[in-house]
Write a protein that binds this ligand. Sequence first.
Ligand code: KG4
Ligand code: ZN
Length: 356
Amino acid sequence: MSILALETSCDDTCAAVIEWDGRIRANVISSQGVHDSFGGVVPEIASRHHLELVNLVVEDALTAAGVSLSEVELVAATQGPGLVGALLVGLSTAKALAATRALPFAPVDHLQGHVAANFLLASAPAEPGDLPREAPFEPPFVCLIASGGHTLLAHVRERDGFEVLGRTLDDAAGEAFDKGARMLGLGYPGGPALERLAAGGDADAFSFPGSRRERARGGRGTARQAFARSLDFSFAGVKTALLYRLEELAPAGDRVRADLAASFQGAIVDALVLRAEQALERLGLERLAVGGGVAANGELRRRLRGLGISLHVPPRVLCTDNAAMIASAARYVRALPYPDYLSLDVYATGELALAA
Ligand code: KG4
Ligand code: ZN
């Protein structure tokens, strides 16, 4: 018997079927490329596209899995956080699917989903650059989730919960990559484009707030010390610094743009690696899992591998938003019997009390 899950918290319409042991039978993701020309996700357009796509995506997932609805034992969907209109499409569709067969329903927190991507068996194809991955990564570990919408450090003690150690106070890491890329005249999503530009640049050419170079120089007194104690992230400063540098150096030639991209990327990666390292040290752990779209960044992976700890990066398709991770988390959520879930609503921000 299988679990069917839906994920529609942002701009990807996703449905997946997994088995209780974590085997993925189908993991369908329909990405809405329409947002690229706007330079970011337009919530209203995302909801409308989810509405058009959701039934097709569910059908595709069931077909690809070779499973009929009568073989589904549990239905799940992302309840939040995310774009309300987008979440509503997935949650309503999933509740309706469950209700037609009086099946139980599991509401899943999106971030718990990213954590639970680590508990899947890696039958999803790994892409070049992904680390080898055979078995689930078992708690306890620290999980760094860095995407366009979230940047979070979580202490995962058990499979059914996590404790937030730190989160971003302003932009998410992926958002910072996207905004930096836009300033450098690159397309959206900016992360991969900025990484490509950075490949030809010198990461030590410019000093940005939060970078190793800045810290080595002593940074800024008390603010620096206070920040070092916290496991929270802030990317507003590095973004503004890039803006000022670009203004000072305008018109920046190819060499300077590449150096700026490399230094900017270096500062973001430094912040992520430093906080992850601090979290591991504080907890006395040597196990780190990474999720979210920014996990694809080569420099981040290289630096994390350099920590000499046990590092787990799921295949890229499981790092970015997908429904297999939601199905995985659903296994550890208290499912509601029919019809108790019919009045469930979505939530835009925050997370459930998930601490184990
Ligand atoms: O997890 P994700 O696919 O979607 C959500 O945000 O939910 O993450 C997308 C984010 C974008 O901000 C994108 O620029 C960033 O991940 N990203 C990268 C790379 N690939 C994607 N950032 C840095 N380097 C990359 N190679
Ligand atoms: Zn996500």
